[in-house]
Design a binder for this molecule. Structure first.
Ligand SMILES: Cc1cc2nc3c(=O)[nH]c(=O)nc-3n(C[C@H](O)[C@H](O)[C@H](O)COP(=O)(O)OP(=O)(O)OC[C@H]3O[C@@H](n4cnc5c(N)ncnc54)[C@H](O)[C@@H]3O)c2cc1C
Length: 388
């Protein structure tokens, strides 16, 4: 099958490798001119690391990452819980994405600087239109183009945005130093704000990521710094060294983003399928985006192998298998953030409903058992492409 993957992020690179393994003729395009490096530190959970092993890039990811710090949940000076992070690894997001893409590029053709701008369904396939005016027909287009997916908007949404927002904003501030000189991390719960305090494990700096309930209000980063500083000051003495650093952070060390999840009722339309954040962004706070994108790609490849002549059926089974994980992760992430930042009773009720929904939806993600090691991928080059 001739397949176009739109997006060279973690989800796109992962699914491209898996589909190439199955003998498909796969190409990846991305609008950016080359993968960026650095960025905020993120964590890969145990499942994401298992998937990294399956696509044969474990040694490279281990070499650039470090074990994730232990996380303590704190509220007004009282430690409520400690989260186990055994097997989790942390590194800068850009470095992780670039390493996985470079690994995939050894087996799958990647084209950077190519932006998809149009999609047309035909009787026998789907035509992709690109920003340079060119067009090409494929049997399948996979939209792995992230939160603001063009593929989703063009082919899957029915005019209504699938993005869920709740008026919460994240204030990202990098500050020098680490909590008491350790690699401990923390989640802080306040009355109107919550925060994640994560040390960079490879150098002496800490990310303070504060979630604030602004509704439709102002989002000017410097105006929000006192809220973050106040939360740190009231949480525990451990954070005292960061309070002034945050309060006086320079504008170039601040970023404000909206809390956003993709809650799309469908993940496919005819010969177009969504993978990763394009289908089900959980929000960066969750720490589960790489998990969902990589597992989703593996499940879709698995289902397409079962019915290569019926993309729609494969896509429906893929969604059915991944949805319990996505639903519980989305509701849990939204519920925790909304509860920690609730401004009134109605908002508390909404948050509690999300948390109860998460508890009811909780199930283990369904990870296919197949291995996608380097050796298996090398052997796959001689496998003829299945006809469709
Ligand atoms: C700041 C931040 C922190 C995060 N922290 C964590 C964490 O700790 N743990 C975790 O697991 N996850 C985290 N995530 C989420 C995680 O990075 C993603 O869920 C995961 O990488 C999957 O992303 P993706 O490949 O689906 O999409 P993306 O990484 O968004 O990739 C989409 C790609 O599509 C390209 N593209 C978009 N439109 C077009 C177009 N029209 N034509 C061609 N190309 C296009 C873009 O250039 C981009 O390269 C974080 C995300 C962010 C932003």
């Amino acid at each position: 099958m001739k397949i176009l993957v739109v997006g060279a992020g973690i989800a796109g690179s992962g699914v491209a490798l898996m589909l190439t393994h199955d003998g498909h003729d796969v190409r990846v395009v991305d609008a950016i001119t080359e993968p960026y490096r650095g960025g905020y530190q993120i964590l890969f959970d145990r499942t994401a690391m298992r998937m990294v092993q399956r696509i044969g890039v474990l040694p490279e990811i281990e070499a650039l990452s470090t074990p994730t710090a232990t996380i303590t949940v704190t509220r007004k000076g009282k430690d409520l819980a400690r989260m186990r992070t055994d097997g989790y690894r942390s590194a800068r997001r850009g470095d992780l994405v670039a390493t996985i893409a470079r690994h995939a590029e050894r087996r799958v053709p990647f084209q950077y600087g190519v932006e998809l701008v149009g999609i047309e369904h035909t009787l026998t396939g789907v035509v992709a239109r690109f920003a340079d005016g060119s067009a090409e027909k494929f049997d399948l287009i996979i939209g792995a183009d992230g939160l603001s997916s063009t593929v989703r908007r063009l082919a899957v949404e029915d005019g209504r945005s699938a993005i869920y927002e709740n008026g919460r904003h994240h204030l990202w501030v990098n500050v020098p130093g680490r909590m008491a000189g350790t690699t401990e991390a923390a989640i802080l719960l306040g009355d109107r704000a919550g925060a994640q305090v994560f040390p960079y494990t490879d150098h002496d700096e800490t990310l303070v990521l504060t979630s604030i309930n602004l509704g439709r209000g102002r989002q000017h980063g410097p105006d929000l710094l006192p809220i973050a500083a106040e939360l740190l000051a009231t949480a525990s003495d451990r954070f005292a060294p960061f309070v002034d650093q945050v309060r006086t952070a320079a504008p170039d060390r601040i970023r404000v983003t909206k809390f956003a999840q993709v809650r799309a009722p469908r993940w496919h339309a005819r010969n177009v399928v969504l993978i990763g954040d394009a289908a089900h962004c959980i929000d960066p706070l969750s720490g589960a985006g790489a998990h969902g994108g990589l597992v989703g790609g593996a499940i879709f490849a698995d289902e397409l192998r079962r019915t290569p002549d019926n993309i729609a059926a494969a896509a429906l089974r893929y969604r059915r298998r991944l949805l319990p994980f996505v639903r519980s992760a989305q509701l849990l992430t939204a519920g925790v953030v909304e509860r920690a930042t609730a401004g009134n009773l109605r908002q508390r009720f909404t948050a509690d409903r999300s948390l109860i929904g998460a508890a009811l939806a909780v199930r283990r993600a369904d990870v296919p058992r197949r291995s996608f090691t380097t050796a298996a991928l090398a052997a796959s080059r001689s496998v003829p492409a299945p006809t469709n």
